[in-house]
Design a protein around this ligand. Structure first.
Ligand code: FMN
Length: 199
């Protein structure tokens, strides 16, 4: 299926088939795809937590606002977190990034306030969400982006210190009777001519 067909087919699942297992190789492929996500200066300020453990997933579901049912039903929950402790992240930069990137990062850090740094780092994580949503449908899986999570409680449950959960993505197979299935609910978007400008 070409990319346009895939994008027309994907939709935000609102109800999942809780009984249909995702082949593990698809989950492993999704991990590798997210790992390859692009970011500004290749800074990669993220952590992707793949939750398949039903008990942990149920705990997260409880603190997922209007998304509780989806998190419980979907067989996989991917939590997208951003580096939130800049000094701790500096250690990662020193250890894992090549010198040129490190120097570039240090220049940016020296020139921005802590708030602006954190905003910039968070923006990078949203790129990975776009990659994850597209990769899911390419793998034949349905998904839902979810900003509706209680970040502090996710952080506690996942035992994070230097990273902070920003949003999550549930992944699985959409239920046959999901009102939001593409066959039932046509794609809704603004006017194409108002969004796309061609010069
Ligand atoms: C960053 C982001 C956060 C979202 N948060 C939620 C959410 O918490 N719960 C939910 O059901 N849908 C959520 N959505 C889904 C959007 O409402 C959906 O993508 C949009 O209405 C377009 O519909 P479509 O994805 O079916 O094409 C989110 C989407 C994005 C990109």
């Amino acid at each position: 299926m070409d990319i346009l067909e895939l994008m027309k087919k994907r939709y935000s699942a609102k109800k999942y088939n809780a009984d249909k297992a995702i082949p593990q190789e698809k989950i492993e492929a999704l991990k590798e795809v997210l790992y390859l996500s692009p970011s500004s200066i290749n800074i990669q300020p993220w952590k992707f937590t793949f939750v398949q453990n039903p008990e942990v997933k149920a705990q997260l579901a409880q603190v997922s606002m209007h998304n509780t049912e989806k998190v419980n039903q979907a067989q996989l929950l991917v939590v997208f977190s951003v580096a939130d402790d800049l000094d701790a992240f500096q250690q990662i930069v020193e250890t894992e990034l090549p010198e040129a990137r490190r120097n570039w990062y240090n220049q940016i850090r020296a020139s921005k306030s802590e708030t602006d740094m954190k905003t910039w780092l968070s923006q990078q994580v949203y790129i990975a969400l776009g990659v994850g949503l597209t990769a899911s449908i390419a793998l034949g899986l349905d998904s839902t982006a979810m900003e509706g999570i209680e970040s502090d409680k996710y952080k506690e449950i996942l035992n994070m210190s230097a990273f902070k959960p920003l949003f999550a993505m549930s992944v699985g197979y959409g239920a046959e009777d999901d009102f939001n299935r593409i066959e039932v609910m046509p794609k809704s978007r603004r006017f194409l001519d108002s969004v796309i400008e061609s010069i």
